[in-house]
Design a protein around this ligand. Structure first.
Ligand code: Q0N
Length: 286
């Protein structure tokens, strides 16, 4: 990557600086489960996620401008406008899962939203809720209430961020549900561009930034299988692995089954074949 300077690493993505105004986001084929990155790659996972994110950026431009400038021919790299990122994660939940379910079970509330009584794990919420979080020191996200979020970004900006996040979730979850995928919750990262315009960054509405559930087996009262990672989780559970690093290597049938699920999510949502995407990544933008 002689044209670019490496500026940051995530668990599965790398960020390079192209110039003072542009970044290059590169999605690897690494997969994490139970918060541990496994030693075995899922071929094309980074391309699927890059393509899906691009697809959603193109489809949500009327809701909020986004940082996407171009998709590269490799299918895994996004040229993006550099933003000044807000110090909160904009989480929207339409169903009760993960830390939302945990907090509700303990207190009847999630991030200050008082919810109806007697909800079950994975129940659909009466309305989607905005539940901001911050990156805690541990690397784990910490849910915060709207008062704390307003201290971090200002009350006026927070109101706009909440409105946009809810609108994005509503549009995407409705679209995905029609294609057999429930987006239980999702995380957006927003920033300000050089003109101070609120802009959507990061990846958006991918299975790595959201919980995707298959609609056909949805049944509240229990945890739902993950649309994409369930083979990996089931395999890891079958080993009795203690979920501390290093994670186990995956056998070929788990790799192939998981790759097929990522490709299936891409094809259901975009109405393109994944081969169409490989031939011309920017096909997802029209
Ligand atoms: C950026 N991350 C991911 C926010 C950052 N378009 C952009 N401009 C500037 N910075 C970033 C982007 C993007 N995408 C995004 N790092 C830098 C990490 N998050 C973690 C939470 O806070």
């Amino acid at each position: 990557m002689p044209e670019a300077v490496h500026v940051a690493s995530g668990k599965v993505r790398e960020i390079f600086e192209l110039d003072s105004e542009r970044l290059l986001l590169v999605a690897s084929d690494r997969i994490s489960t139970f918060d541990v990155v496994l030693p075995t790659d899922i071929p094309d996972k980074g391309r699927v996620l890059t393509g899906l994110s691009g697809f959603w950026f193109a489809r949500t431009r009327e809701i909020v401008p986004n940082h996407l400038l171009a998709l590269r021919e490799d299918g895994r790299s996004t040229e993006a406008r550099r933003l000044s990122m807000l110090p909160i994660e904009c989480v929207v939940r339409g169903y009760l899962a993960g830390s939302g379910w945990k907090d509700y079970s303990a207190t009847g509330e999630v991030c200050g939203h008082r919810l109806p009584e007697a909800l079950r794990e994975s129940d659909r919420l009466p309305e989607p809720i905005f539940t901001p979080a911050t990156k805690a020191q541990t690397g784990h996200d910490e849910n915060i209430d709207r008062e704390r979020a307003a201290e971090l970004v200002g009350g006026e900006l927070l109101a706009e961020v909440e409105r946009i996040s809810l609108e994005l979730y509503r549009a995407a979850s409705e679209f995905a549900a029609e294609r057999g995928i429930l987006i239980a919750d999702t995380k957006f990262e927003l920033g300000l561009d050089a003109e101070g315009t609120l802009t959507l960054g990061d990846e958006a509405l991918t299975p790595d930034s959201s919980r995707f559930w298959p609609a056909d087996t949805y049944e509240p009262g229990r945890p739902q299988p993950s649309f994409d990672k369930q083979y990996v989780r089931d395999y890891c559970e079958s080993l009795g692995w203690d979920k501390t690093p290093p994670g186990p290597e995956l056998p070929p049938e788990v790799v192939e089954g998981t790759r097929a699920r990522y490709v299936e999510a891409f094809e259901r949502l975009t109405d393109l074949t994944f081969d169409d995407y490989l031939a011309e990544p920017e096909a997802v933008l029209s």
